[in-house]
Design a protein around this ligand. Sequence first.
Ligand code: NAD
Ligand code: MG
Length: 385
Amino acid sequence: MRTVSILGATGSVGTSTLDLVERAPERYRVRALTANCDVARLSEAALRTRAELAVVADETCLPALRMALAGSGIETAGGMDAVCDAAASGADWTMGAIVGCAGLKPVMRAIEQGGTVVLANKEPLVSAGDLVTAAAREHGATLLPADSEHNAIFQCFDAARPDSVRRIVLTASGGPFRDWSLERMATVTREQAVAHPNWSMGAKISVDSATMMNKGLELIEAARLFPVPAERIEIVIHRQSVIHSMVDYIDGSMLAQLGPSDMRVPIAHCLAWPERMATPMAPLDLIALGRLDFEAPDPVRFRALALARAALEAGGARPAILNAANEVAVAAFLAGNIAFLEIAAIVDDTLQRYDPAAPETLDAVLAIDAEARRLAGERVKDCVR
Ligand code: NAD
Ligand code: MG
């Protein structure tokens, strides 16, 4: 019996994780579930799984949560400190599925208690990757990647012989606008941007996939998780999203992980690791698939790729600034305040205007994150005017 906590339990990854946990109640007991403010989903999941604790980050939603769980015996709490305490409430296995850098503190608290911490939430690795991986080493926590690409690399990577790896090849679907001209991309609406051709995901990562900033963030994430330098991590467009990434070895062998584009596959790998568990997914039908295509990404239409690579290569505070500006710009796009192509422009502008020294502590990262958000917010206002 393993105790499990899910941070961001009401989102796309959180719901997929719950689905797997609920299929094996004899193996998993739910300790804590957290959400921002989706009381209906959170309370239903807490009741179904008989969770011990349910927490909303937004304190104004706590009264509604208390009401929904009254008489159930499930403990409730509200506020970001309560989310952090829930992350550190003793689960053997914790899923980090909060969206954005908001997940950084809770993830750090989960790491500090040791145990297994699964990261779907990639932004903390981008902004504070070295601090996150150093904390895992210091506290003996096991970090497992649930992001499908990084989970694929993890499955293919010979960690005992990193020198035998020549390249990591990250695959990208290319998103809904992979065949659109730049002129047409200027007209993209919110609805078009969140409709991903292959994956069903939360709004923020769907927009990141459409700008390909998601692949830029994943490039940085890969460099944090695997001992391979930036110049040996390549990005290839693979529109079918069947190969989730590859590891190329010096002897000419290339290992790939294939699977359906359903996050339950990589999450199940992390949930059962180092064992395997059955999932409801049908086996891949290779004959029906027929072919797998690969092409080079277009750096002109997808500026975010070059911005992310430059941020990774420069290091220091650059990835945290890139991520914070992107979060602000994506939120502004989703709110209808800026145009699609302005997202990358705002990220670029914020990087040009702000160049602080490399952060060495979590508080320094959070201060840089806050200042980058403020600067990006100013640019959003200029775009609105
Ligand atoms: P989502 O928007 O569907 O869900 C986000 C969850 O975080 C929700 O439970 C929400 O209530 C909670 N949340 C939002 N803001 C919060 C805040 N300020 N404080 C505390 N909790 C908050 O997002 P998602 O698509 O599930 O993605 C979650 C993370 O996983 C992201 O970092 C994303 O990049 C990563 N990821 C997602 C997928 C996917 O298929 N959805 C795949 C790979 C990686
Ligand atoms: Mg991914």
